[in-house]
Each structure stands twice: as C-alpha cells, then as structure tokens.
Design a protein around this ligand. Structure first.
Ligand code: UD1
Ligand code: MG
Length: 471
C-alpha cells in the first residue's frame, strides 16, 4: 500500500458505499439484469451510483453477479469497483462479497433497485447516524401499501427486528412501516455480525436485514431513521418500473417549473434528469428531451418533439413532430414542423429549417433557409442562402464513400436541384430550378443544368379517322 493510501485509510468518517446489484430480478420477467432496466431513460443503477457519489462516497463498491458482464459495462465507466457474488444466496451474502473487512469508517448499504434516491437524502441519513453515534441504522418509511417490503417490528416503540413479508405473520403484515433497503453501519459492526447471519427463513437466503436483531440483542446502538415514502420506491417488477419512471419525470417537471419553465401538461412532458431548460421556455405535451440536451430561454418546443444530446439556443422554435439528435440550433432559428436533424448538424442564428427537411453533418449558416422537402448531408452552407424545395445533396456515391457539398454565402438555389458531391458553389451564385449540378460554380455565376424546353407548335395529333361501319 502506498504511503498516501495508508494515510487516507486512517481518516475517521471515511465514507464507503456498497450497492447491491447481483440479483437476478426474477419478478421483472425480463432477460435484462434488473438494475439495468431504464428509469426515465437511464439504467436504474446509474441513478443510485450518481446519488452515492454526490453524497460524498469515496469508496464505491458494486456487488455484481447475475448478468455481470453487462452490469460491469455500465457501472465500471462510472469509476466504481465491482465485487462478484458468485451465487445469489441473499442480500447478506451480497454485502459479504464487498470484503467489508477491507473497509474503514462508515458504510452505507443500498439496494441497486431504488432509483429515486437522491444525494441529499443519503447525506441526511449519514448526518443522523453520526450525530447519534450509532453502530447500525436502517432507513424506514411508512407507506400505504407495504406489499412485499420487509416490516419494521417494534416493541413499545423500540426497534426490534425486520421481518420479511414472506416470513411474516398476518399481524406483522399489517405493519406499514417498512425497510427501504438502506442501511448505515460502522465497518467493524458489519465485519463482526455479517458472519453470524443464518439462512433460517422461507427463502433459505442470508438476509442482511437480520443484522438489526443481531445487533440489538448484543446491545449495539441501532437506530431506525424515518424517511419520506419516495425513498421506498423500489423496482421489483415491470409495473413498479413504469411507476418509478413516471415519478422521476414528474419530479423533473416540477423542478423545471420551479425554475420558470412553462408546461402545458407536465404529466405528459418527458424530460430526463440530465437535461437543462432555460426560464421562459415552453414545453408542449409529448416532448421527449434526453441525455445532455440543453435548451435556452424563451424557446418553444412544440408537441411530439424528440430531442437527444442537442443544444438549442434562446428564442428558438422547434415545431411539432421534429426529431433532433446531437444537433445544435442557434438562437432565433426555427426548425420544423416535421424536420429531422441528425448528428453533427449546426443550424445558424435566425436560420429556418422547414417541414420534411433532413440534415446530417451539415453546417447551415446564419439566416439561411431550407423551407421544404429537402435532404442535405455532408454539407457546409453559408449565410443567407435560400435552398429551394426538393433540393438534394447527392453525398453518397457508388464507391460507397461520402462526399462534401460546399455552398457559399447568399446563394439562391432553385427548387428541385441536385448537387452531385464533391462540389463547391461560390458566393452569390444563382442555380436554376431543376438543375443537376455536377461541376463547381464560381462566385456570382448563374448555373443551369437541365434539359432545354422544346416547343413544337400545333403538335396535338389529329384524331384518327373512324372506320366506316358496314351496313
Ligand atoms: C429487500 C429487503 C426488504 C426491503 C426491500 C426494499 C432483504 C432480505 N429484504 O427485499 O426488507 O423492504 O429490499 O426494497 O434484504 N441482491 C444481490 N444478491 C442477492 C440478492 C439480492 O445482490 O443474492 C440485490 C438485488 O440485485 C437488489 C437488492 O439486492 O438490488 C435487493 O434484492 P431484492 O431481491 O430486490 O430484495 P427485496 O425482495 O426487494
Ligand atoms: Mg427489491
């Protein structure tokens, strides 16, 4: 061990977190490991890890087992250490897999299936645990429907034990104070009592919940920390997954409204936690804002817009039915209705992208317009350009390579033009409608490339003579 590590390990109040994520999630009835199921767009385990990090955990240990390769691929890039639980023998066995004897200080144990947990909650629990100088604490909540949760059993108000629903008597099942699956313990308490847990229960599993009664019997200081019912929202089946997603979207919507975002119907507006929206912007129903999307102020996002990892400036109109991925739209531009902006597309200030326009890898200049029915791919388009209806950049060639189209400033492109890339059009050019442009056009020129109109007067043929009918 390096000198520095030793010093760090000796620090009091160091915070470690153990997140249990090895279970199969049988009740999900899905081939995906439970903790990878998405809640409001992200794997639920990611949310638990983010909250743990934000709460100040320096040593984060995730217990993996079932589907571990997949689970690792999501959690390891987040900088956590994975510990393998070979057989899923229960939550106590999972905690053991974290090698608690190598931890010093306080340890928070959490189930990986509680995606609504937030850093502020965890911080509060730790503060209480430390203030009360506890050896062990369990976070509880009083809920309307305790269902399959472990019940908090008290005697004359004092905490006694946690009893799992499967092992509970009819009377115990009536208890509405439940175990949220969050525990805080001194590392040495865990090391001492985990090995004493037996699997004498309905599921023949080693339950981490048995720590409570074991520690109480041994006169340790054990506390129940009562939290709000939202901390108890866990995911064990598809219904609970949908419910958790709904609650997370609702929470985000409420926060956005607190920050001055206008919503017509928050219940049908789906903004992921990571998204930022500026005050004074309006979100219509059925908009999906995902990932690293950032929306400025006074921008309007109309119904049925799907947007991921995009950056939208101030006073932008994204009109109904538009689909944007990794796109940048600068201030006062308008996009849609029914526009598709594919990755690496940038729309300049005050530019206009109209209906049924698709762009991919396009730099579209300030105040330029592509009003209707157009495909632009691998193109750089200057400022103040007019792209006529039905224009196409032919960027993909028979050699299966992509080629660039470059159009200067103030170019007027007539309707139904094809640019056969690679091609360059200078500034102030006019392209006649219906042209297929295959050669570069110098600045200020007119280019027309279409079949010439031929007029043949009096061309309409005479009606053929009718054969005479025989009498
Ligand atoms: C558990 C608690 C219950 C509590 C509830 C809160 C136990 C015995 N019961 O029940 O008191 O009310 O959480 O949501 O702890 N896991 C492993 N390895 C295993 C088994 C489970 O890593 O061998 C992981 C799972 O992936 C999951 C977590 O532990 O993330 C909890 O397991 P789960 O089966 O969902 O426990 P519950 O029945 O919900
Ligand atoms: Mg659970």
């Amino acid at each position: 061990m390096a000198k520095n590590d030793k010093k760090e390990a000796a620090e009091p109040n160091k915070l470690a977190m153990i997140i249990l994520a090895a279970g199969k999630g049988t009740r999900m009835k899905s081939p995906l490991p439970k903790v990878l199921h998405p809640v409001a767009g992200r794997p639920m385990i990611e949310k638990v890890i983010q909250a743990s990090k934000k709460a100040g955990a320096t040593d984060l240990r995730v217990i993996v087992g079932h589907g571990q390769a997949l689970v690792r691929s999501v959690v390891e890039p987040m900088g956590v250490s994975c510990f393998v639980q070979e057989n899923q023998l229960g939550t106590a066995d999972a905690v053991k897999a974290a090698q608690v004897e190598t931890i010093e200080g306080d340890v928070v144990i959490m189930n990986g299936d509680h995606p609504l947990i937030e850093a502020e909650d965890i911080k509060k629990f730790i503060t209480l645990f430390r203030e009360e100088k506890c050896d062990l604490a369990v976070v509880t909540a009083v809920v309307k429907k305790p269902g399959e949760f472990g019940r908090i059993v008290r005697h004359k108000g004092d905490l006694k034990a946690i009893v799992e629903a499967k092992d509970a008597s009819a009377d115990t099942l009536k208890i509405r104070e439940i175990n949220t699956g969050i525990y805080i313990a001194k590392a040495e308490t865990l090391a001492e009592y985990l090995p004493q847990i037996k699997n004498h229960n309905a599921k023949k599993e080693f339950y981490v919940t048995d720590l409570i009664s074991l520690c109480i019997e041994d006169d340790c200081k054990v506390m129940a920390i009562k939290a709000s019912p939202k901390v108890a929202v866990g995911v064990n089946n598809q219904q609970e997954l949908a419910h958790a997603t709904k609650l997370l979207f609702k929470r985000k919507a409420l926060r956005l409204m607190e920050d001055g975002v206008l919503m017509i119907d928050p219940a049908s507006t789906y903004v992921e936690e990571s998204v930022e929206v500026g005050a004074g912007s309006v979100l219509f129903p059925n908009t999906f804002l995902r990932g690293s999307t950032k929306v400025g102020s006074f921008t309007v996002i109309e119904p049925h817009v799907f947007m991921s990892d995009s950056e939208i400036g101030d006073s932008v109109q994204v009109r109904a039915g538009s689909y944007l991925e990794q796109a940048i739209v600068h201030s006062r531009a308008s996009v849609g209705p029914y526009a598709r902006l594919r990755p690496q597309t940038t729309i300049g200030e005050e530019a206009h992208v109209g209906n049924f326009v698709e762009m991919k890898k396009v730099k579209f200049g300030k105040k330029s317009k592509a009003g209707h029915l157009t495909y632009l791919g691998d193109a750089e388009i200057g400022e103040d350009v007019n792209i006529g209806c039905g224009t196409i950049t032919c960027n993909y060639a028979a050699d299966k390579k992509k080629y660039q189209t470059k159009i200067g400033n103030r170019v007027f492109v007539g309707s139904d033009t094809q640019f056969v890339a690679p091609i360059e059009i200078g500034d102030d050019v006019v392209i006649g409608s219906g042209s297929t442009i295959t050669k570069n056009v110098p600045a200020k020129a007119l280019a027309v490339a279409r079949g010439k109109q031929v007029i043949k007067e009096n061309y309409t043929p005479k009606a053929p003579a009718q054969p005479k009918s025989e009498e």
